[in-house]
Design a protein around this ligand. Structure first.
Ligand code: 26Q
Length: 842
């Protein structure tokens, strides 16, 4: 382990002066060549584009690092208030093209590579995705840190450096097969290991009370099995502004005495195996996008993230503010809450509430009251789900074994909290039971969302409807107690990745038409509105859209054995496979269209190509069945000559960030069809809208706000409202709905007679049963008719290509609200209260 500083006696080595690296084509060519031959040791005989990718990435990375240092120094010098985004997931995708865009060197690099006889596109494509997240929540974290850097806010992302990211999905016989994603196999040139900032993380052991020299009771956590958290830093560049923020990801490692203990016990093999247990902690991302409860390894991961990140912030604090020596321990934390805040990305890092208490009291000697005041003024919690079954609960017994000191603190927080509740609602025992951080029952559980709410000064949902429903439903008691804590922050996506980088042709057209200000002020897209009436402009828009569709077809050509035509309506649903997202409703519609073609009902037909993609959690039975159904229906439809170009159904395997970058520019129609009241926000909906797709959707999550922005005429609305869904629950009768709808009856008949599983009897029984169950929480059948009617409106609109194009322009023009720049400005104004830090740059 490298020591933290040079020996005091040594003079400061003069090794920190950085030469400024030029960004012209010639500079890039020279550095590329040097990196390729000297650092990587490759020559013209090397066939793999991977090393050219690495040489270029090193070249680009070197240009980030000088700005990175400047940013780091500026934050330290100005002693500014800072925020930390704590997240178990950062779904970053690829880095190279984003870094080039934000440095403003894409054109120079393109030319440099051309001069070298290389295809930039090919190098970019050889970068693996950093898939350290499941879906929406992880990608939101990535978009957020991009916007923080662009807005020049001093925000650091803290997460875990999983050795294996989100699994790779392949399809065999129509079914999902998971392959491990060893994304670090060929190294990761973007990260820098900083072992000098490693911390010890305790697990197990027991606690003891003792009285210190000042007569205060102190708790010691003893006989622990420690592991080491080692940080790896990745630069996060702002858009052409000199700011480079940091994403710091922790890797678990064995401590030195870990080896020694076992070694002294004489068993070398045991020793190496034990080392593995430590290093396993950050081995793999849990591939569930809803709660899979109870796994000890997951709790270890969460605690590692919380503890290492808090220790890191506190160490930095003491380093910069630790001049209060001579005072009683703890004095130095007087301004800590003024200068620091932590945003918790869902409850996953919420053990941070108890860990900050522990560090402040047990390590730094603060009293309970002092520590609690700081904690409650530094933590802020974002919720991402309305499904009660997805709220995290951890067994108290597991906590006692793994984190005995933390469960003590949680119980004490609960005691103080329940006293507060009692004072507010005297002798309301039912309320105390409901609000307790500890759920009683056969086994006690910690309600992590409640811990997060109690320990935070801000609690937010991620779309207006979602935030409203949290206040009226899931967190109602807490809202009654502390209404001022609750707020909404509607999600967004970064327009750099999700428009400027992924759709260069559309970007050029936008910039030519309204200037380039939209890249950092997306509300300027409003200026496009008048152009919707301009026939020449519409023609250009249409041709840009068509060429994006062609690029999508070309990208998928090798993989898929279907012929797709740019003249068909591209109808796309890509997202995690989940019952509440209702991919099944989409399939019912496809089967209905198939049935119409088969019975000759094809007057005025609109050719349609339905693309569905997404991963199922490996243990989620119904989600896996849904994938199988999509693939089986697809096989029947796509191989039927009678169907031809009228209808195609394609399952897009291994949906991920880099796939979405090709998919969203090529979509005509975006499917956002969740059961109303179930999708917290959605963010794919925003990416599609920004790229000119029209939405067919329910009044759910951010769809509501999308419709508000673009107007009812430019949005295909269908389905029950959240209130209607809740009302219908009492008397939902899908079987009678089916009986009363001939089209639906025929669709169900095709499913039930095994038309799509001729040699696989019973394959879809569970799917059929769930659709027909009066208990079906997702009420797919209830929205069938309304969905079919909305799809007919889609077809009519698409027939009139000019009208469609107009609507497409207006969708893009209305998407300004959904930039994470707007979202982050709101977080900053209402919660973080940071001042932007300008960075000098050349
Ligand atoms: C929890 C415990 C154990 C293992 C895994 C998990 C886990 C992991 C990921 C639970 C949930 C998630 C991810 C949730 C998620 O992505 N939610 C989505 O967040 C988006 C961003 O706010 C919203 O737009 C979506 O509506 C919401 O579903």
């Amino acid at each position: 382990m490298p020591t933290k500083t040079f020996k005091k006696s040594q003079p400061k080595a003069n090794i920190t002066l950085l030469p400024h690296l030029g960004s012209g084509t010639e500079d890039i060519i020279a550095d590329f060549k040097r990196n390729y031959s000297h650092r990587l040791g490759r020559d013209q005989n090397c066939r793999s584009p991977h090393y050219a990718y690495e040489a270029l990435s090193l070249t680009v990375s070197d240009r980030l690092i000088e700005r990175w240092k400047n940013t780091y120094n500026a934050y330290r010098e100005q002693d500014c208030r800072r925020a930390y985004y704590l997240s178990m997931e950062f779904l970053m995708g690829r880095t190279l093209s984003n870094a080039m865009l934000n440095l403003g060197i894409t054109d120079a690099v393109q030319k440099a590579m051309y001069d070298l006889g290389l295809e930039l596109e090919e190098l970019v494509e050889s970068e693996p995705d950093a898939g350290l997240g499941n879906g929406g929540l992880g990608r939101l974290a990535a978009c957020f840190i991009d916007s923080c850097a662009t807005l020049q806010l001093p925000v650091t992302g803290y997460g875990l450096r999983y050795e294996y990211g989100m699994f790779t999905q392949t399809i065999a016989n129509g079914e999902q097969v998971e392959k491990p994603d060893h994304w670090l196999r060929y190294g990761n040139i973007w990260e820098i290991e900083r072992s000098e900032f490693s911390y010890r993380i305790k697990f197990g052991g027991h606690t003891e009370k003792h009285t210190d020299e000042n007569g205060h009771t102190r708790v010691c956590w003893l006989d622990t099995h420690d592991i080491l958290a080692i940080p790896y830093d990745t630069p996060v560049p702002g858009y052409k502004n000199g700011t480079v923020n940091t994403l710091r990801l922790w890797k678990a490692a064995a401590t030195e005495e870990f080896d020694l203990q076992e070694f002294n016990a004489g068993d070398y093999a045991e020793s190496v195996a034990a080392k593995n247990t430590a290093e396993n902690i950050t081995m793999v991302l849990y591939p569930n996008d809803a709660n899979e409860n109870g796994k000890a390894l997951r709790l270890r991961q969460q605690y590692l993230l919380a503890s290492a990140s808090l220790q890191d912030v506190i160490a930095g604090w003491i380093h910069d503010h630790g001049h209060g020596r001579g005072h009683r321990q703890g004095h130095d934390f007087a301004n800590f809450a003024e200068k620091n805040c932590f945003q918790l990305n869902d409850t996953h890092p919420s053990i941070a509430v108890a860990e900050l208490m522990r560090l402040l009291m047990d390590v730094h000697g603060l009293s309970w009251d002092e520590a609690w005041k700081i904690t409650r003024n530094t933590m802020a919690y974002t919720n991402h789900t309305l499904l009660p079954e997805a709220l995290e609960r951890w067994s108290v017994n597991l906590f006692k074994q793994l984190l005995p000191r933390l469960i003590e603190i949680i119980f004490e927080i609960n005691a103080h909290f329940l006293a507060e509740v009692s004072a507010h609602w005297p002798s309301d025992n039912e309320r105390l039971r409901r609000m307790s951080l500890i759920e009683e029952g056969n086994e006690q559980h910690v309600r992590m969302a409640y811990l997060a709410i109690v320990g935070s000064y801000s609690v937010n949902g991620v779309a207006e409807l979602h935030s409203k429903l949290l206040q009226q439903g899931l967190f109602r008691d807490f809202y009654e107690l502390w209404p001022q804590k609750f707020n909404n922050k509607t999600n967004g996506v970064t327009p750099r990745r999700w428009l400027a980088a992924c759709n260069p042709e559309l970007s050029d057209l936008l910039t030519e038409t309204i200037g380039d200000g939209w890249v950092t002020d997306l509300s300027l897209l409003q200026k496009l509105k008048p152009f919707a009436e301009d026939k020449k402009f519409r023609k250009r828009w249409h041709s840009v859209q068509q060429s994006a569709k062609q690029r999508l077809i070309d990208f998928k050509k090798q993989e898929l054995d279907v012929d797709l035509s740019v003249n068909a309506l591209f109808d796309v649903q890509v997202k995690r496979i989940h019952e509440y997202k209702r991919q099944l409703l989409n399939v019912l519609h496809v089967i209905h269209l198939y049935d119409r073609i088969k019975r000759g009902d094809t007057a005025n037909w609109t050719n349609r190509c339905v693309l569905i993609g997404g991963k199922a959690a490996p243990g989620y039975f119904m989600a896996k069945k849904t994938i199988k159904l999509i693939n089986n229906v697809s096989a029947v439809i796509n191989h039927d000559p009678e169907i031809g170009n009228k209808l195609k159904l394609v399952f897009l395997p291994n949906y991920r960030v880099s796939a979405m970058e090709k998919i969203c520019p090529g979509a005509d129609l975006s499917e956002q069809i969740s059961t109303a009241g179930k999708e917290a926000s959605g963010t794919g909906n925003m990416k599609f809208m920004m790229n000119g797709a029209l939405t067919i959707g329910t009044l759910d999550g951010a769809n509501i706000e999308i419709r508000e922005e673009v107007g009812d005429d430019n949005f295909f609305l269908f389905g029950l409202t959240e209130e209607q869904v809740e009302e219908l629950r009492h008397h939902y009768d899908p079987v009678s709905i089916i009986q009363q709808d001939e089209d639906l009856q025929r669709v169900m008949m095709l499913l039930e007679c095994g038309h799509f599983n001729q040699f696989e009897p019973g394959m879809f029984d569970a799917v059929i049963a769930s659709l027909k169950s009066p208990q079906d929480p997702w009420m797919t059948i209830a929205d069938f008719r309304s969905f079919i009617d909305a799809q007919k409106r889609v077809e009519r609109a698409y027939k009139d290509q000019d009208r469609w194009t107009k609507m497409s322009i207006l969708n893009c023009a209305g998407s300004g609200k959904f930039s994470t720049d707007r979202t982050i400005n709101e977080y900053n104004q209402d919660i973080w209260k940071l001042t932007p830090v300008p960075i000098k740059h050349g």
